[in-house]
Design a protein around this ligand. Structure first.
Ligand code: AMP
Length: 208
């Protein structure tokens, strides 16, 4: 089963992705994660992507598409995959549709006020990658794993605004794009994460 997770930054794609890949045994591919890893390791790809990411802009289509062609051709994608953060533009969606069959697109819906609140308060553990919100941290930034909760560089307020604007202008049109293909599944993501996942689970189960 090949799935796309669509939704604005902060809608909970990463959280839901972890549950989906566990239950449906498919490979998780997060373009944001790939970029962050390459930036950390100072690879040529990381160097190309860094300035766009820091400004909350999209990395150019040609770079992303080449990277994804390579990633999707790897062996672990044969059992099915979950795309998290790709495609984000119509050009990317067209390249994907040409290369691969996509069985479903899960669109995580959430209103803009909640997105801003979630993104600007989001903290990620530098050790295990767990995500939380400052509201639940009581001023303590230590994680149980021994790591520390930090703010992602691109979760700072100015960048968040840019990322949401970019989403509205460039990624939101993909909702219509995939709806026309008859593979869009809308999910109300403005609820407790386990309740959101129940809907996702039922929807994917019925596809199998
Ligand atoms: P994410 O973790 O999915 O929010 O991605 C973090 C950042 O990586 C985005 O704000 C973009 O700058 C970049 N990025 C991730 N996926 C893509 C994509 N499909 N196309 C262009 N840029 C991307």
């Amino acid at each position: 089963m090949n799935i796309v997770l669509l939704g604005a930054p902060g809608a909970g794609k990463g959280t839901q992705a972890a549950k989906i890949i566990n239950d449906f045994e498919i490979t998780h591919i997060s373009t944001g994660e790939i970029f962050r890893k390459n930036i950390k390791e100072k690879t040529p790809l990381g160097e190309k992507a860094q300035s766009y990411i820091n400004e909350g802009k999209l990395v150019p289509d040609s770079i992303v598409i080449d990277m994804m062609k390579d990633r999707l051709s790897q062996q672990d994608c044969k059992k099915g995959f979950l795309l998290d953060g790709f495609p984000r533009t119509t050009v990317q969606a067209e390249a994907l549709s040409k290369a691969m069959q996509i069985h479903a697109v899960l669109n995580l819906q959430m209103d803009i006020k909640t997105l801003i609140y979630r993104l600007s308060g989001r903290r990620i553990c530098s050790g295990c990658g767990n995500t939380t919100h400052i509201e639940f941290m009581n001023g303590i930034d230590d994680c149980n794993c021994g790591g520390r909760y930090v703010q992602r560089e691109d979760d700072k307020e100015e960048t968040v605004k840019n990322r949401l604007k970019v989403y509205e202008e460039q990624t939101k049109p993909l909702i219509d794009y995939f709806a026309k293909k008859g593979i869009l599944i809308n999910i109300n993501a403005d609820r407790y994460k386990d309740i959101v996942y129940q809907d996702i689970y039922e929807a994917l189960k019925s596809l199998k």
